[in-house]
Design a protein around this ligand. Sequence first.
Ligand code: ANZ
Ligand code: ZN
Length: 817
Amino acid sequence: MQYAPGVIEQKWQKVWRESEAFEPSCDRTKPKKYILSMFPYPSGRIHMGHVRNYTIGDALARWYRQQGFNVLHPIGWDSFGLPAENAAIKHGIHPRQWTYDNIDYMRKELASMGLSFSRKREFATSDPIYTKWEQELFIQMWEKGLVYRKAGLLNWCDHCHTTLANEQVIDGRCWRCDNEIRLREMFQYYIRITDYAQELLDDLAKLEGHWPKQVLTMQENWIGKSSGLKFSFELTESSRAFVGGDFKEVEVFTTRADTIYGVTYAALAPEHPLVRHMVEAGLLETAREQILAMQRILAKDRGALEKEGVALGIHAIHPLTGEEIPLWVANFVITDYGSGAVMAVPAHDERDFAFAKKYNLPIRWVIRPTQGERDESKAFTDAGIMENSGEFDGMASDDAKEAIIAMFEERGLGKRVVNYKLRDWGISRQRYWGTPIPLIHCPHCGIVAEKRENLPVTLPDDVVIKGGESPLATHEAWRSVRCPTCGSAAQRESDTLDTFVESSWYQFRYTCEPDRYEEHPFGRDDVAYWMPVDQYIGGIEHAILHLLYARFFSKVLRDLGYSHIDEPFANLLTQGMVLKDGTKMSKSKGNVVDPDDIISRYGADTARLFILFAAPPAQELEWNDSAVEGSYRFLARFADRSSKARPCVSKPIIDQARLSKPEQEARKKVYEALAKASQVYEKSFAFNTLIAACMEALNTLNGQDNPDIWSEAYWILTAILEPIVPHICHEIADNLFGRVNFGPQEIDEAALRSDTVMLGVTVNGKRRGEIEVAVDASQAEILAAAKAEVAKWLERGTLVKEIVVPGKLVNLVVKEG
Ligand code: ANZ
Ligand code: ZN
């Protein structure tokens, strides 16, 4: 068979399309597998990262179909978001048109890869019907009090004219346009993800062993639970008088109550209300600019900065010692964690130490090491023995921590508290191309939800997108509505939702039967059958946000009565990046390899084979042109050698005992590859090793001319390679066997059985040789062979001991002399 990928790939893609080969069955008595690769943003063209992501998912989906599972393997488009608007500004094309044109193009690209997606379940998150259900879910969350609105300081990009989540700010700049970010006080909607902080943390345990450890750790740190003590320092009489207003005290949060006697100052965040009050009241004349500059540094960047601060010129009273301590504003304190202020203990905290050294503040040691001397050139941050701590002296510091918290609670001075780093999720965006927030501002009723029968609230088409304020905010006709409650003239909310909301529940939407799309977002029974996703595949860059939000949404949907699912993704595979010349492929570096070029030149099967052969999926993959060539040559050889096989309608039955040695060997390689297949597809995902095993089998077959052995080999190899290189396998299997569907393949144990084993031979424990003996060889035969193998080592002395470890080695002990 001449290998002509262009012809056979088009042929089979047509067959699959016309036979709707990849639609899941409605038979819910069948065992299921839900295989999901993260859906793409319709940026315009697919890139190699997509090729990798979707090839991995496709291989698994095709494998499980072979094994008789009902497989859901859907695709869709995460189609709201900024780039569509930027394209509108740049090219004057409407975001909707830009988006849907891109989808049409990329759908063809994905189809050209031979991916086995369900076509009927494809959707875009900007489709009005998706908007409808998202708004429905949003309103239910609003009614439940899970969504609220508050004014806050937000990261604002003057170029994109939008607020950004902290994660979208990189080194103080916008992740999209690189413009410098500033803080702006604005109203914004939030979802109470913090209500679920503890559950999100606890349930990570359920994912252990199923998700990469690294992702679990990142989520754990992001949630950032810590427990400690909250208490307040009272301002001194004169400081109160100086500050004015209502300021009487400063609350702090500490995880190290055991260090309380070592406090020598307190440090406030630059945005702390007391600090802001003093700035506004003109009490900090000279330091004003410095404090404003500190406010501009993002919370997440504050830890890494050189410590810096300003003395506020006021004092507070230590609650235990009665001592007066100075108050400072410090750049390492963040406003929305704990109380936005800290008790500073330079002796036992690195940041406080650096700060104290810089500003010559006292350092008081209150914990000494259990053993050895203390190094006073740096903070001592370990646990140890209490000193200079009144009644607690001599206690282990870990015990003292508990005792001190208990004492604070007893005396009514403070409280034991748990803190999370996780913040509520700010979901409003001042942009056009997103899901409109279905709320209405009424002068009489306040903020009310749109009526259900008016959903979806869709975007108006006639907008001018110039990159200024949100086009929705200035679209009077669209904004003016009647209040759903009292009928007064009212205004629609003009913010749209963060696109991460769409991607938080799309995995549920795929489970909805397409003929019921209008009826509900998805049915309880749909979820009961299909969820959770059995295997989720995507980039590590989603380790926190998307994966945390999607986990959170599962819990919310459960609590809204939509499902019973706690965790949406039972198993997660984070695929490595595709590199060229050691760096990530990117337009700016000019090292992009276009999948279309590779596919039109070599065919999709070559692209798929290379991508799975070049590296295990979780590792980085270095692009390599000659390895692409090599993959092509293997497929051409695979096609060519198929002529050695005899056409047949079932797998030939072969008697291993009657074969020649080389024939047995060839057969063994084929069955070794088969034995590897389920292990690879279902556990290790080390596709490279499976491909290598198939290549080796083909090599070993060369030189054989028993057509039955070739037929059997092709019967098996086309099946186990079909998930990886589907077109060529279908073509060959159809030609040789008239076979369109591949079922599970049975292993012939006789073929795998080897009649010889390799044994290592050691002399005095050192490996000196290796022998091949029959599996049923006697002790005497084994020893004879071993002694012959290492004869020259035995000449050096007298053989005093002979040990045979069956199946492994022979050890001979020689006494020299
Ligand atoms: C005194 C102290 C002494 C502290 C010591 C640590 C070591 P985690 O574990 O991350 O929760 N802290 C509290 N609020 C802060 C804020 N808004 N900005 C910056 N730092 C803040 O960290 C808790 C510790 O971080 C707290 O315990 C506090 O410093 C500081 F030897 O209190 B500690
Ligand atoms: Zn009203």
